[in-house]
Design a protein around this ligand. Structure first.
Ligand SMILES: [Zn+2]
Length: 91
């Protein structure tokens, strides 16, 4: 039975557990994307985002934002907004 796909992609156990903790809230439509601030819809794809320096988690992000930030260094995308995020969300 195939499982632990995300582990194979390099995400650890802690990441998956945290994602599972967020899942009910995201699927209930209660969570806003940590990067763009838009609500993540119950049917939307989302990822648990990291801070750009990878020292912590920002929380759920819509997949569009997560991919955009992870694919590059992340600096150009967020225009200083990530500094605020770091202060308002502590993990
Ligand atoms: Zn977003």
């Amino acid at each position: 039975m195939p499982k632990a796909k995300t582990t194979a992609r390099g995400y650890g156990h802690q990441h998956q557990q945290l994602r599972e903790q967020w899942r009910p809230q995201v699927e209930a439509g209660l969570v806003d994307c940590a990067r763009c601030g838009k609500p993540i819809g119950a049917a939307d794809a989302w990822d648990l985002g990291h801070t750009d320096d990878r020292t912590g988690y920002t929380g759920p992000e819509c997949q569009h934002c997560n991919r955009a930030a992870g694919g590059r260094a992340g600096a150009a995308v967020t225009n200083g907004k990530r500094v605020e995020l770091r202060h308002s969300r502590r993990w």
